[in-house]
Design a protein around this ligand. Structure first.
Ligand SMILES: *Cc1c(COP(=O)(O)O)cnc(C)c1O
Length: 377
């Protein structure tokens, strides 16, 4: 059996090697390394795939979040609500812009922001909500948009983990994750569902005005050539990455299907096991399975991780420490007892290998190994 990896980028590359190699050499030969035609073509192809009016490529997913918040014209002290249970980048950019992060607890099933808790923290200073479509499944966007519209608050979807997922509203309208709020952001970090071979990111919006602001901000805030009406940053997707992403975008749906197939195997293998809670499926959202994350009941997830490691099965804890306890982000208004669900999840979740190249033999070995551990308990 081939060695099991958390993410098998090499195996995936082997299958598209000739196309990718050709595309990379083509960029090198044309030497249009920055803002070349590949970037423009990728932008247009991603717009068509997502059904969104504007895609603005940038250097990484963290920049995308920062640029989104800059485009909204928020002022220091404005409150931005996001999840306590996410990757640090989401809250980091709020702090960098001197906005006030308001972290809230998550729903125990979806691991995305809890709507009742969201309603409770809204104040006149609340200017934006940043829902995170954690592990590949959409947050409750119907309810989030309702709250945001009622209070006139911007919504920036952190879609770094759910590109390709779809959300269906009560009225039957289906939209791609990241195209529902005012702005959506994503990351093309290699291990993401649509990953490049370095760093990359993008913003999505249907708003012409916000799109123009984002395009200016990624390019030093430039308006007319060499005139700078606002502060910006330097954040570009390079042409080699764009050329690779064009090839991988064509595979994205089949990649997400492969992830779903692995997830279905895991679901079946763990069904009914009292020590393991398999991922909840929200009927309103498809799942892109960026991660396959289980909740352990009555087991020590670090002990399990160690046991699996010895058997050659990688296992990761996403995420072990709640953000409200981090020195960089905590504020006096964040009370440990307000984050009951996140606190419990950080002490019990574990993620199993999830990628496009998992074989049935590997899946059997992984699930057998997990069951060996939990059934000893
Ligand atoms: C990966 C990730 C980011 C950051 O993306 P980078 O490209 O690494 O900067 C932001 N938010 C979430 C939820 C992520 O998973």
């Amino acid at each position: 059996m081939k060695d099991i990896q958390m993410v098998d980028l090499k195996g995936q590359y082997q299958k598209i090697k000739s196309e990718v190699d050709k595309a990379i050499i083509n960029v090198v030969e044309t030497s249009a390394f920055i803002n070349g035609p590949e970037v423009k073509a990728f932008q247009e192809e991603l717009e068509a795939y997502l059904g969104v009016k504007h895609v603005i490529p940038c250097a990484n997913g963290t920049d995308a979040l920062q640029i989104a918040l800059m485009a909204l014209g928020l002022e220091p002290g404005d409150e931005v609500i996001t999840s306590d249970f996410t990757f640090a980048a989401t809250v980091e950019v709020i702090g960098l812009l001197q906005l006030t992060p308001v972290l809230i607890d998550v729903d125990p099933n979806t691991f995305c922001v809890d709507i009742e808790k969201l309603k409770k923290v809204i104040t006149p200073k609340t200017k934006a909500i940043v829902p995170v479509h954690l592990f590949g499944q959409c947050a409750n966007m119907e309810a989030i948009m309702e709250v945001a519209n009622k209070h006139n608050i911007y919504v920036v979807e952190d879609n770094a983990q759910a590109i390709g997922a779809e959300y269906t509203f009560e009225n039957g309208v289906t939209k791609k994750a990241g195209t529902i709020g005012n702005i959506g952001t994503t990351s093309f970090f290699p291990s993401k569902n649509l990953g490049c071979y370095g760093d990359g990111g993008a913003l999505f919006t249907n708003d012409d005005n916000l799109a123009e602001l984002c395009r200016s901000i990624v390019n030093h805030g430039m308006g007319e050539r060499y005139y700078y009406p606002r502060l910006g940053v330097n954040s570009r997707l390079d042409s080699i990455q764009a050329a690779i992403l064009r090839i991988k975008l064509r595979e994205l749906d089949s990649y997400n299907q492969a992830r779903n197939k692995a997830a279905a195997y895991y679901d079946d293998a763990f069904a009914g096991n009292e020590h393991i809670k398999t991922p909840f499926r929200d009927p309103k959202s498809s799942h892109a399975f960026h991660q396959y994350t289980l909740v352990g009941c009555g087991i020590d997830h670090f002990e399990l991780q160690k046991y699996l490691g010895e058997k050659g099965v990688p296992c990761m804890i996403y995420y072990p420490v709640p953000l409200h306890t981090q020195d960089a982000y905590k504020t006096p208004s964040m009370k440990h007892e307000d984050f009951e669900v996140t606190n419990a999840l950080c002490g019990s979740v574990f993620s199993l290998p999830m990628h496009t190249e998992l074989t049935e033999e590997q899946l059997k070995y992984i699930t057998d190994s997990v069951k060996e551990f939990v059934n000893k308990k």
